[in-house]
Design a protein around this ligand. Structure first.
Ligand SMILES: Cc1cc2nc3c(=O)[nH]c(=O)nc-3n(C[C@H](O)[C@H](O)[C@H](O)COP(=O)(O)OP(=O)(O)OC[C@H]3O[C@@H](n4cnc5c(N)ncnc54)[C@H](O)[C@@H]3O)c2cc1C
Length: 564
C-alpha cells in the first residue's frame, strides 16, 4: 500500500485539532521546502463545516433545549449521543450507576457545546496518591506542564485574572492570560458583598472567608485571533451564536489551510488500527465512510484523539498485540449538582456567560484523605438545569396575566439564582468501557460502547457536606421561598468530562501510555485527550487536554526529527 501520510490523527476535536495545527508547520529531512512539509491526515467520524447561523436557528426552534439540540441528527449515521442511553449500552444500570456525559460527533467535537471554563489542575492533583492516598500519581508534575498551560491559554484564547489566580494552592503562573477576565456579573458583585458580611458562614469554615475568584474561560473579553468579544447571550452550552467562545474548528481550519499538507476526511468512522507483523509497528488505520465502504490508510505515526469513550473503543476493536488490561478502565467524570433559590434582592441573571466566578476554597486540603475536593460555580443563568427559565415562565403564565403577569416576571426572573458544584471522583478499576455485543444501525454495524460505572463512597459521602455549603451560601441571599438542593444524597449529573480509560503512568503494568502520552507497547502511537488522565482533581479537563496535546506535538517533532 502506498504510504501517503507521515502522521494520521483520529478525531477532529480540540486535541486532534491542536496537534494537527502544530504538525502542519513542520518539515522532515532537515529541509524547509514545500515537498518536505509534513503530510498529515485527520479522520473524523462526524460532519464537516457546520454552519453556525443554521445551528443557532435549529437551537432556537427546538422545543426541548439540550446540549445536542442545535445539532441535527443525520439519518442512518452516528448521531452524537445527546442522551447517554441513546448510544451507550448501560440501560440496565441503576440511575446512580449510569455514566451521564456525552460528546459531540462532528468536526470541532465537543467544543461546539462546551461551556469553556479553563481552570488548571493544581500541583497536588498530580500527586494525590502520595499526599492523600487517592488514585494513582501522574508521571508528570504541575511544573512539567506549566509552560504548556501558558501556551494552551494563548493558543485557544483564555480570559482570566492572572494576579488573582497566581500561586493559588501553589499553582504558579509564569505568563499572564492573553486577555483580561470576563467582567464579573452583577450577581458576582452582590454575592461577594453578602459573603464578606456573613459571619456565620465564615465560622462554619474555620473563620476562612468564602471568596469569589474569577473563572478563566476560553471566550474573548476583547477581540482576539480575529474573533469577536463575548456578547453575553448565556447560551454557550449548547452553542455560541457569534464565535466568541473557542471551538476546535479554529485549529482544524488553521491545519487544513491550503499552504499546508494536511487533509481532513470527515464522515470517516475509524474501526481499528493494525500492526505490521514484520516491524511490530502500527502501520495502518481502517475506517468506514458513511456510505458503508471500508478503507485502509498507512502512515509512520498515529494519534488517537477520539475522546475517552471512543479511543479505548478503537483500541479494543483493534485487538492489538500486548493486550494491555488498562485499556478502557478507570473511566471518570466530575459528578455535578446544583443549589437554587429566589434571592430577596434582584440579581438580574441571563446576562453574560453562564458563569464568571466561583469558589476555589474546597479544591484542596488534608480533608481529601477522607472526602472529595470540589469547586463551586456561581451561575448567571437563573436556575440552571434545576429550575429553567422555561419552567418558571410556564408557571407564571399559567397563574397570571396583565399587570400581575408583569409584576411576577419582574419579581421572579430577576431573582432566580443557582450555585453548582463539580466534584472529584476516584479512579475505579471496574469503571470501564468495553465493546457491547449490540450494534446499532446508525453505527455502521460497529459495536456501541458498553459502560460499567459507579461513583463510590469517597464522592457520594461528600454530597451532604457540599449541599450544606451551598445552602449556607444561598441563605446569605435571604431567599424568598425554599432553597432547592439535590433531592437525595446520591443524586448527581454528568459534567461532560470523559476522563480515564487510557491512563498515563510509568509502565505498562499500571497504565496505557507513558509520560509523553505515547503507547507503552507501540512507540509510534500517541493518545490525545482526557482519556490519559490518571486522576481528575477539580479542574474542567480541556485546558489540560490542550496543554498535553501541544506537548504531544512537540514529542512527535522530536521522535520524527522534524524541524520548524
Ligand atoms: C455540555 C458540556 C460542557 C462542557 N464544558 C466544559 C468546560 O466548561 N470546560 C472544560 O474544560 N470542558 C468542558 N466540557 C468537556 C469538553 O467539551 C471536552 O473535554 C473536550 O471537548 C474534549 O476534546 P477532545 O478533542 O478530547 O474530544 P472530542 O471533542 O470528543 O473530539 C473527538 C472527536 O473524535 C471523533 N471520533 C470519535 N470516534 C471516532 C472514530 N471512531 N473515528 C473517527 N473520529 C472519531 C468525534 O466525532 C469527535 O469529533 C464540556 C462538555 C460538555 C458535553
Amino acid at each position: 500500500m502506498e504510504k501517503k501520510y507521515d502522521v494520521i490523527i483520529v478525531g477532529a476535536g480540540i486535541s486532534g485539532g491542536l496537534i494537527a495545527s502544530r504538525l502542519s508547520k513542520l518539515y522532515k529531512n532537515n529541509q524547509k521546502s514545500e515537498k518536505n512539509k509534513l503530510r498529515v491526515l485527520i479522520l473524523e467520524a462526524g460532519e464537516d463545516r457546520s454552519n453556525r447561523p443554521e445551528l443557532v436557528e435549529t437551537y432556537l426552534n427546538a422545543a426541548n433545549k439540550s446540549p445536542g439540540s442545535p445539532y441535527k441528527i443525520p439519518v442512518n449515521m452516528a448521531p452524537s449521543p445527546d442522551g447517554a442511553n441513546d448510544y451507550y449500552d448501560q440501560s440496565e444500570a441503576h440511575d446512580n450507576n449510569q455514566f451521564k456525559s456525552t460528546y459531540e460527533r462532528r468536526v470541532g467535537g465537543s467544543t461546539w457545546h462546551w461551556l469553556g471554563n479553563c481552570p488548571r489542575l493544581l500541583p497536588s492533583d498530580f500527586k494525590s496518591n502520595k499526599l492523600y492516598g487517592l488514585g494513582e500519581d501522574w508521571p508528570i508534575t504541575y511544573d512539567d506542564l506549566e509552560p504548556w498551560y501558558c501556551e494552551a491559554e494563548h493558543e485557544i484564547g483564555v480570559s482570566g485574572d492572572h494576579d488573582e489566580l497566581n500561586h493559588s494552592f501553589g499553582a504558579f503562573r509564569t505568563r499572564p492570560f492573553p486577555m483580561h477576565r470576563i467582567w464579573p456579573s452583577y450577581s458576582d458583585i452582590q454575592i461577594s458583598k453578602v459573603l464578606k458580611n456573613a459571619d456565620d458562614t465564615h465560622k462554619a469554615y474555620n473563620d476562612l472567608p468564602l471568596v469569589l475568584v474569577n473563572t478563566p474561560q476560553a471566550r474573548n473579553s476583547q477581540p482576539y485571533n480575529e474573533r469577536p468579544v463575548c456578547t453575553g447571550n448565556s447560551s454557550c452550552v449548547p452553542i455560541c451564536p457569534v464565535g466568541a467562545k473557542y471551538d476546535a474548528t479554529i485549529h482544524i481550519e488553521k491545519a487544513t489551510d491550503k499552504k499546508n499538507r494536511v487533509d481532513l476526511i470527515s464522515k470517516a468512522v475509524v474501526t481499528g488500527i493494525q500492526v505490521d507483523p514484520e516491524t511490530g509497528k502500527i502501520a495502518t488505520v481502517s475506517y468506514k465512510s458513511w456510505d458503508d465502504k471500508e478503507h485502509i490508510v498507512a502512515a509512520d505515526l498515529f494519534v488517537l484523539a477520539a475522546n475517552g469513550i471512543e479511543t479505548p473503543k478503537i483500541l479494543l476493536m483493534s485487538r492489538l498485540p500486548g493486550n494491555n488490561d488498562h485499556i478502557g478502565r478507570y473511566l471518570m467524570d466530575h459528578p455535578q449538582g446544583e443549589g437554587v433559590c429566589f434571592s430577596r434582592e434582584p440579581l438580574f441573571p441571563f446576562r453574560g456567560p453562564p458563569t464568571t466566578s466561583g469558589i476555589d476554597k474546597f479544591r484542596d486540603g488534608a480533608f481529601r484523605k477522607d472526602s472529595c475536593a470540589f469547586r463551586l460555580s456561581m451561575g448567571n443563568d437563573g436556575g440552571g438545569r434545576t429550575l429553567t427559565s422555561g419552567a418558571v415562565l410556564n408557571e407564571i403564565v399559567a397563574d397570571s396575566f396583565g399587570s400581575k403577569l408583569k409584576s411576577e416576571l419582574n419579581q421572579k426572573l430577576t431573582r432566580l439564582f443557582r450555585i453548582s458544584f463539580l466534584a472529584e471522583m476516584r479512579p475505579l478499576y471496574n469503571n470501564r468501557v468495553t465493546l457491547s455485543p449490540k450494534t446499532e444501525k446508525f453505527t455502521l454495524g460497529i459495536p456501541v460502547p458498553k459502560i460499567d460505572f459507579t461513583v463510590d463512597g469517597y464522592t457520594m459521602n461528600s454530597f451532604e457536606k457540599i449541599s450544606a455549603v451551598m445552602q449556607s451560601i444561598l441563605k446569605t441571599l435571604n431567599p424568598v421561598g425554599d432553597i432547592l438542593l439535590p433531592n437525595n444524597q446520591s443524586e448527581h449529573k454528568g459534567a461532560g468530562h470523559i476522563m480515564g480509560t487510557c491512563r498515563m503512568g510509568t509502565n505498562k503494568t499500571n497504565s496505557v501510555v507513558d509520560r509523553e502520552c505515547r503507547s507503552h507497547e507501540h512507540p509510534n502511537l500517541f493518545i490525545g485527550g482526557s482519556s490519559v488522565f490518571p486522576t481528575v482533581g477539580t479542574a474542567n479537563p480541556t485546558l489540560t487536554v490542550a496543554a498535553l496535546s501541544l506537548r504531544i506535538a512537540d514529542s512527535i517533532k522530536k521522535q520524527l526529527k522534524l524541524i520548524s
